[in-house]
Design a protein around this ligand. Structure first.
Ligand code: PLP
Length: 420
C-alpha cells in the first residue's frame, strides 16, 4: 500500500505505532489509560501558561506540551488517538468525538451560520440528512442536496441553487454514500468550490465522510477535500462494541473544531481512545479480508435470479463516469453495499426473517456480517420521495460483510433467498 512521504513507513505499520511512544509512558509497551478528569498544575505560573496556550492561540495547544488542564479540553489518550487517526488520514491533525454524529453536528455548528446554505450529497447518512433538514434548517441554514456527484452540470446547478438561498459555506460529501454506494468526484467538487469562491468571494469548506471505505481504501484529502470525516464506530472500531468519530485536516480547521468541541463537551473519552488505538492496529487486516469476502458475496448475489439490483462498487460499468472516478479515487470496493430482492417489502422481510448467520441490525464495519433494511430503519426519517430518487426502495437491503468464512455467509444467503 502507499507510503507516506514523511516517514517512508506504510499506513499499515503506522496504524500500529503512530501516536504512541513507550518511552514517554514508563516503557509500557501499550498505551495506559489515563482515567482522570483533571490534571494537577506543577505551579501557578505553569497553570497560567497552559491556559494562555489553550485559549489564546488560533489552534488549541497540541500534544499537551505544556501540560493538560481538564479532560474535556484535552487528555493524553486523546492526543495519542488523534495523532494516529491524523496519520492514517494523511492529515496535519485530527479531532476525535464521542460518535460519528458528534463529529457531523460539530462540523455543521462550527462552519454554518443562520442564512448560510450547505450543499450536500444525497443519499447521505440518515442522521446527517435529518440534522441538516430539521435542526439546522430551524437554525436558519438552507440545505440543498445533489443526487449525482460525478455530473458537473448537475453539481453546478445545485451549487447555484444553494448560493441563491445564501452564502454557500460548506459542502458535505459522503462517498461512497450510505447505503447505495453512490460515488462523488471529490476533485470535481474541489474545482466547483473554486468557482463558487469566484462567484461569492469565499470558498466553501469541503468535508468528505469516508466511513464506507476508511483510510486504507480512500484518502479524501489527497483528492481535494479540506476535511475527512469518519464514523469510527464502523470499520475503525471494527467490532461493533465502540462509538467514535473523527474529523481530520489542516491545523487551522481542526483547531476550530476542537475549540467548539470543548464547549459542546462531545470529545472521545480516555477509554474510547484506548479502544480505538487497539482496534486500528488490525484495521488493515480486517479491511483486506472483508473486501475479499464482499467480492464473493456480491458475485453470488449478482448471479442469483431473485436478486434484481446490486450496488457493489466492483460492478461499476467500464467506461461509465462513476467507474472513472472510482478508479481514480478508491483503492478497492469496500465491503458494504446494497441489493434488492424480488417481491418488494414483503419479499425483503421474508428473506430477512429467514437469515440465521447474518445478523439483522443497523451499523456496519464489524467483524460480523450485518444486514438491514434502510427504508424502514436507517433511512426511515428520510421522506419516501427523497429515498426513491436515490434508489432506496422497499426491497433494498444494505449488507456490511464481515470477516467470517465467505462460504458460510453464501450458504446462509442462499437458504434465506429461498423464502423470497
Ligand atoms: C454511522 C455513520 C455516521 C454516524 O456515526 P455514529 O458513530 O453512528 O454517530 C455518519 N456517517 C456514516 C456514513 C455512517 O455510516
Amino acid at each position: 500500500m502507499a507510503e507516506t512521504p514523511k516517514t517512508r513507513l506504510s499506513l499499515e505499520t503506522l496504524a500500529i505505532s503512530a501516536g504512541y511512544d513507550a518511552a514517554e509512558h514508563q516503557g509500557a509497551a501499550k498505551p495506559p489509560i489515563y482515567m482522570t478528569s483533571t490534571f494537577v498544575y506543577p505551579s501557578a505560573a505553569q497553570a497560567k501558561a497552559v491556559h494562555q496556550a489553550f485559549f489564546d492561540g488560533e489552534v488549541p495547544e497540541k500534544s499537551g506540551k505544556n501540560g493538560f488542564i481538564y479532560a474535556r479540553l484535552d487528555h493524553p489518550n486523546l492526543v495519542m488517538a488523534q495523532a494516529r487517526i491524523a496519520t492514517l488520514d494523511r492529515a496535519e491533525d485530527s479531532a476525535l468525538f464521542a460518535s460519528g454524529m458528534a463529529a457531523v453536528s460539530t462540523l455543521a455548528q462550527c462552519f454554518l451560520r443562520p442564512g448560510d446554505s450547505v450543499l450536500h450529497s444525497r443519499p447521505i447518512y440518515g442522521g446527517t440528512d435529518m440534522l441538516l433538514h430539521t435542526h439546522m434548517t430551524e437554525m436558519g441554514v438552507h440545505p440543498v442536496g445533489f443526487t449525482d456527484g460525478v455530473d458537473e452540470a448537475h453539481l453546478t446547478q445545485m451549487a447555484d441553487a444553494a448560493m441563491a438561498r445564501g452564502p454557500l459555506t460548506l459542502i458535505m460529501v459522503e462517498s461512497p454514500a450510505n447505503p447505495t454506494c453512490a460515488i462523488a468526484d471529490i476533485a470535481l467538487i474541489s474545482r466547483l468550490a473554486d468557482r463558487v469562491a469566484l462567484a461569492q468571494g469565499r470558498r466553501p469548506i469541503i468535508s468528505v465522510d469516508n466511513t464506507f471505505l476508511g483510510p486504507f481504501l480512500q484518502s479524501p484529502l489527497e483528492h481535494g477535500a479540506d476535511l475527512c470525516l469518519t464514523s469510527l464506530t464502523k470499520y475503525a472500531g471494527g467490532h461493533s462494541d465502540f462509538m467514535g468519530g473523527s474529523i481530520s485536516g489542516p491545523n487551522a480547521l481542526v483547531g476550530k473544531l476542537k475549540k467548539l468541541r470543548t464547549l459542546m463537551g462531545n470529545h472521545a473519552d480516555p477509554h474510547n481512545c484506548w479502544m480505538l488505538l487497539r482496534s486500528v492496529e488490525t484495521m488493515a487486516l480486517r479491511t483486506e479480508r472483508a473486501v475479499a469476502n464482499a467480492r464473493t458475496i456480491a458475485t453470488f448475489l449478482r448471479d442469483h435470479p431473485k436478486v434484481v439490483r446490486i450496488t457493489y462498487l466492483g460492478f461499476l460499468a467500464e467506461g461509465s463516469p462513476e467507474r472513472a472516478v472510482y478508479d481514480r479515487q478508491c483503492a478497492a470496493s469496500g465491503s458494504t453495499f446494497s441489493f434488492d430482492v424480488e417481491g418488494g417489502e414483503a419479499g425483503a422481510f421474508r428473506f430477512l426473517d429467514r437469515l440465521r448467520l447474518l445478523r439483522f441490525a443497523v451499523s456496519l464495519g464489524g467483524t460480523e456480517t450485518l444486514i438491514c433494511h434502510p427504508a424502514t430503519t436507517t433511512h426511515y426519517a428520510v421522506p419516501e420521495e427523497a429515498r426513491a430518487a436515490v434508489h432506496i426502495g422497499p426491497a433494498t437491503m444494505r449488507v456490511s460483510v464481515g470477516i467470517e468464512t465467505a462460504s458460510d455467509l453464501v450458504a446462509d444467503l442462499a437458504q434465506a433467498l429461498e423464502a423470497v
